[in-house]
Design a protein around this ligand. Structure first.
Ligand code: ATP
Ligand code: MG
Length: 416
């Protein structure tokens, strides 16, 4: 299906590295993993992300199941994690929770480089802390993670969208401005102007971009509390020396954000250059029926991150190819191979009873480092041959010590 991909070896190795580093870094910062379902009731997303957003308007995989329930494949994880936090009363002991989730998300978008219909995110959420320090902390974690996995040319952009109190007069002024330029706007922006005028900043149509370049900015409308919060977030970023720039036109495509929002853009990704994005959402938990509990978090797009990283090295072959001739030798090969695998040595045996020449061809084809040859004659003498495929030297080994001898030549530990 378009926009859905198989991830094959050795590519899967790159994914595992990203996931393992994420677990290490987040674990170090006191985060715990949460796993939430890929399906949720549709209303969870329409209520949290917002009816007038791209995601809810046109990107969700929504259908009725066999019991007539309207359900959606999750387009993002924040809403699901927030639902779980509320449903399991995770705030009962203490409102603070630091959680992360890794997994697939689904959006019916036009597939292109960096944009897929099933994609994967590392999603990080902190509930229960309204202090600006945590906004700076999650951004620092994000930038640190990107640096240790080797992402190059990543730039952090931040903005503040204010709270509903200061956004209301801003929205009114923005709407008044847009009404004055109505005929220059695309049909989408015209339609969304009344309910979600901020979306204009994200519109890619040139006419809209020209209008928006003259539009009033939210920074001029921040109430004292929001302005102070934003100033402190910036000061905390400076304290721990995390470089950033303020982008007053970044509005983000989801309705639940309040105050701090941020995005990380990377070089060389073309039009889809945001590898990660997030922000504060102080009313989401309450809107979903939980208490008055603030939140802040981000999601990293794993496919986009991988596009910025070097390609996977080719997979290594087996450590040892075991060539066996005849029924008795095959039984010996089977037994030895099993015991070596348990010891972490990757082996390959020939199951087809091919000729020695054909078996050695396979050993070369798969790039085996060593080969063990168990021939009928040698077996009768209680011997096998161990060959170093690269050095092209070989040695006869007495059968009883072959296991130890192989371990000492090849070493333990898997190469897959
Ligand atoms: P975009 O600007 O690309 O539309 P977005 O604002 O919709 O992204 P978010 O919902 O904030 O993205 O998701 C966070 C991250 O997830 C993005 O920065 C991006 O890296 C990744 N992402 C979002 N949509 C896709 C997609 N369709 N395919 C691949 N990655 C995606
Ligand atoms: Mg999008």
């Amino acid at each position: 299906m378009k926009g859905f991909s198989d991830i094959l070896p050795p590519e899967t190795g790159r994914w595992r590295v990203l996931e393992e580093r994420a677990r290490e870094v987040l674990g170090g910062f006191g985060f715990s993993e949460i796993r939430v379902p890929v399906l949720e009731r549709t209303e969870l997303f329409s209520r949290s992300i917002g009816e007038e957003t791209d995601i809810v308007e046109k990107e969700m995989y929504t259908f009725t199941d066999r019991s007539g329930e309207l359900i959606t494949l999750r387009p993002e994880a924040t809403a699901s994690v927030a639902r779980a936090y509320i449903e399991h009363k995770m705030y009962a002991f203490d409102p603070m929770a630091k959680l992360y989730a890794i997994g697939p998300m689904f959006r019916h978008e036009k597939p292109q480089m960096g944009r897929y219909r099933q994609f994967h995110q590392i999603d990080v959420e902190v509930f229960g802390i309204s202090h600006p320090m945590i906004d700076a902390e999650v951004m620092a974690i994000l930038m640190y993670y990107l640096s240790i996995v080797g992402a190059k040319g990543c730039a952090l952009q931040i903005n503040s969208l204010g709270c509903p109190r200061c956004r209301l007069p801003y929205k009114e002024d923005l709407q008044a401005f847009l009404r004055g330029h109505f005929s220059q706007l695309c049909p989408d922006c015209q339609r969304r102007m009344e309910k979600n005028p901020l979306r204009g900043f994200d519109c890619k149509v040139q006419g809209c971009q020209e209008v928006m370049s003259k539009a009033p900015l939210v920074e001029g409308y921040l109430c004292q509390d929001c302005a102070e919060h934003f100033a402190r977030v910036r000061a905390f970023l400076e304290t721990i020396e995390v470089p950033y720039s303020v982008n007053p036109r970044m509005v983000r495509g989801l309705d639940y954000y309040t105050k701090t929002t941020f995005e990380v853009v990377a070089e060389g990704l073309g039009a889809q250059d945001a590898v990660a994005a997030g922000g504060r959402y102080d009313h989401l938990i309450e809107d979903l029926g939980g208490g008055n509990i603030p939140g802040t978090g981000f999601a990293i797009g794993m496919e986009r991150l991988l596009l910025t990283l070097p390609e996977a090295p080719p997979s290594r072959g087996p450590s040892l190819f075991i060539a066996a001739l005849g029924e008795e030798a095959q039984r010996e090969a089977f037994n030895l191979s099993y015991r070596l695998n348990l010891a972490g040595v990757t082996t390959m045996v020939d199951y087809e009873g091919r000729s020695l020449k054909a078996q050695m061809r396979r050993a070369n084809k798969f790039g085996a480092l060593y080969a063990l040859i168990i021939g009928e004659d040698e077996l009768r003498k209680g011997k096998v041959i161990l060959r170093d495929m690269k050095e092209r030297r070989q040695q006869e080994i007495p059968l009883p010590s072959v296991f130890e001898e192989v371990i000492s030549w090849v070493g333990g530990g898997s190469s897959y």
